[in-house]
Design a protein around this ligand. Sequence first.
Ligand code: SF4
Ligand code: SF4
Length: 457
Amino acid sequence: MSEQELTFRDRPINMNEKGGRKWIYAKKPSGLWFTRRTVFSWFLLLFFVSVPFIRVNGHPFILLDISSRKFIIFGAIFWAQDTFILALLMLSFVLFIILFTVTFGRIFCGWACPQTIFLEMVFRKIEYLIEGDYRKRYKLDNSPWTTEKIFKKTLKHSIFILIAIAMTNTFLMWFIGSEKWLKLVSEPISQNLAGFSIMLFISAIFYWIYSYFREQICTMVCPYGRMQGVLLDSKSIVVSYDYKRGEPRGAHSKGDCIDCHQCITVCPTGIDIRNGTQLECVNCTACIDQCNKIMLITNKPPGLIRFDSEEGIKNGHKTIWNARNRAYSFVLLILFSFFVYTLVSRPVVETSILRTPGLLYQENENNTISNVYNIKIVNKTHDELPLEIKLLSHKGEIKMAGKSMAVKDQGLYESTFILFIPKDELKGDNTKVEFGIFSNDKIIETVKTTFVGPTSN
Ligand code: SF4
Ligand code: SF4
């Protein structure tokens, strides 16, 4: 038995018996599945790079502006006041990932996770290009420092550093927007020393992850990988080895597996998929491609390693739909419908009206009582809104500080106003009052607050 077969249950394959790092030299993958993944990764990388520059009616398509607590997702603006709607969206996303995992295993990791996309489709490809495939790389790493080695390592790490910096800056644009980023980089570094240092620090982390830490993110750090144990069941379709067809393995055995270890050599996490579904498997499909090549050479049908479920392998038929993922789909549908409903029905402005702290009421000569209020209006649309405030619940008069109540697109309006109500309109010392916020004579929101007056009323 190989060391892998003896120890895979005791410790991660990328760890030696003393707990130290065991470097994985994965063979360069190729084949139909890898081509599909490569094409898919181009779309994702293009999306990642182009999103900060995409505009919808002149506004960002996606912007995660944490400092202003403003998020634009697919053109829709979410403010701090929309946390509930954002939470619904996040919950729907998490449920979607769970549903997808229950049905198709850890497929997200191999196909769409930024960690895998950047590691396998960007950094590792550059590494293969400069240092060669796994055997050459192993030889290079274990050879003395010659001019060739110094040149290759310097070239590789310089490119890695540049990509890490480019990645950080692209991420930055997702959070601050491309215009603000352009402004920042055109200013002298001394003006943004703190921001520049943070950018360098994050770039250094990216560089360290992709040049050194690598697959350990998936096998040791990522919590999603740990969830596989509870999410997967015998019906989940994952990258699986057909043990019924493959065993007994060996060059001269009856089974189709010739025990060539090619599926292990190509695995970026270094595991042997023939040991069954494992936490370390990111469903990258490299072993499917590699085993299919062996099957072609040995004149056996492809698919000894393939996308299948435990039940599919055992009973010969796989089904995508089962009671568990139907139930998840149902809950997801309800949750997502609720999200869409709350998104569509939310008011275009968010108003808060509160009595100015520290001020009570005032009795006026014209037989009215007045209260002073602070008003805040957030415009959630991409258009400037001319607004007007009216008292709906009582007869009364509003005197605004300032004339115009036009609120800029995605802007915040803050002001103060005095509300006068005739004494005979009030029935106690604390009266509920209701305001209407109007735009172009159309009511767009109502807001309730309290009005205080003398007890005798
Ligand atoms: S590549 Fe295929 S034949 Fe070779 S060891 Fe893996 S499963 Fe067996
Ligand atoms: S076992 Fe196969 S699918 Fe899983 S990570 Fe390794 S190569 Fe990729």
